[in-house]
Design a protein around this ligand. Structure first.
Ligand SMILES: *Cc1c(COP(=O)(O)O)cnc(C)c1O
Length: 370
């Protein structure tokens, strides 16, 4: 190519997409492939939501509501907050991107844990920002080290609760420490993509902090427990001044019409969310039980995925699982070599996964275990 892209673009790491389900079926001669790599809710979406989608299909000839009024109204009622404190994104990914675009000047930095969700870093680099990475301590985000790493060039500190890729949480004490010790001209973004999976008593009520702190951005999504990842819709809650800045750079039709309709309907049925939460909790307990029986180490998770220690055998185990039709996330691709991250699926899939995994694990690691 003779046209050269802008230098900062060439400096970005290249995105290497995983194989599609169809490619894996073909390459490994498989009839069935289970994708347990991206933490989607693998149950079907709420039937009411699907019905709502069908009902609205013919209206896709119109542009969507650029203000996303209906869904913002619903969210404002859910949390009892002002509608001007809410922004809707084409997935929360887009809101993360908008936060960096709006607040990161060249040379300024973000503070993140390492490893964490990749989009924070990508979004900051895009703005010529720098990234300060703070290693996890025992798989948990380290509140004190995060705060100690903030400097006078810091614009945003990102937290993920529960964390991805570890599934660990941030508790009240830790959150409180961070917000109290962060200067209020630095944004604290709390990515709560999996928060609906948490037990009530483990949740930090971040919304309740908004009345005292105007530098918090809370991110939620319909991609995870609501089972609508393919529609691309998520939301951010923050002080209306922050939201107003984000709105200046938001493209008018950033959220599609069907996604808006589906999300409104999804918020009307909280029992769906509760049901999924309970099912996943039960299945997670099954994982804990079965893995513990075979003395396989894992990290207890507040989300719908689990980190399993695979040690030196990781690469072989991932490959053998693939041959059986299971796609998992290799830890080495997400900063945790020696581990795999597995999405909790439906009970029968979990059963066959665990049976296959334990057989593969034992045959590869058996000698080491003894
Ligand atoms: C999946 C995920 C999201 C959600 O992304 P969407 O763009 O809303 O699909 C955000 N943050 C984390 C940590 C995630 O794992």
């Amino acid at each position: 190519m003779s046209i050269k892209a802008r230098q900062w673009i060439l400096n970005m790491p290249e995105y290497i997409p995983g194989k599609t389900i169809d490619e894996i079926k073909k390459d490994y001669n498989l009839k069935k492939v289970y994708k347990l790599a991206s933490n989607e809710n693998l149950y079907d979406p709420d039937p009411g939501v699907i019905q709502e989608i069908y009902k609205n299909l013919k209206d896709i000839k119109y542009y969507p509501d650029s203000q996303c009024s209906e869904i913002r109204q619903k969210i404002s009622e859910k949390y009892n907050i002002n509608i001007n404190s809410i922004i809707i994104g084409n997935g929360t990914d887009q809101i993360i991107e908008m936060v960096c675009d709006s607040f990161i000047e060249p040379g300024r930095n973000i503070v993140i844990s390492d490893p964490t969700f990749l989009i924070y870093e990508k979004s900051a680099l895009k703005c010529n920002g720098k990234v300060i990475k703070v290693p996890l301590g025992k798989f948990r985000q380290d509140a004190e080290k995060l705060i100690a790493s903030v400097n006078d060039k810091t614009k945003v500190l990102f937290l993920t609760n529960p964390h991805n890729p570890t599934g660990t949480n941030i508790n009240y004490e830790e959150f409180d420490y961070i917000i109290k010790n962060l200067k209020n001209d630095i944004l604290l973004v709390v990515d709560e993509a999996y928060s609906e999976y948490m037990a009530e008593e483990d949740k930090v009520d971040t919304v309740s902090y908004l009345s005292r702190y105007n530098n918090i951005v809370i991110l939620r999504t319909f991609s995870k427990i609501y089972g609508l990842a393919g529609l691309r819709i998520g939301y951010g809650i923050a002080d209306s001044k922050v939201i107003s800045a984000l709105n200046r750079i938001r493209l008018p039709f950033n959220v599609n019409f069907i996604a808006q309709k589906a999300a409104v309907k999804a918020l009307e049925n909280e029992s769906y969310v509760n049901d999924i939460k309970n099912k996943i909790k039960e299945e997670k307990n099954k994982y804990y039980r079965v893995l513990a029986e075979d003395s396989i180490e894992f990290i207890k998770s507040h989300a719908n995925f689990i980190l399993i220690r695979t040690g030196r055998g990781s690469d072989v185990i991932v490959e053998e699982l693939l041959k059986k039709g299971f796609i998992v996330r290799p830890g080495k691709n997400i900063g945790l070599p020696g581990y795999i991250r597995v999405t909790i699926a439906l009970p029968d899939v979990n059963d066959i996964f665990l049976a296959n995994f334990i057989e593969i694990f034992s045959s590869i690691m058996g000698r080491e275990k003894a």
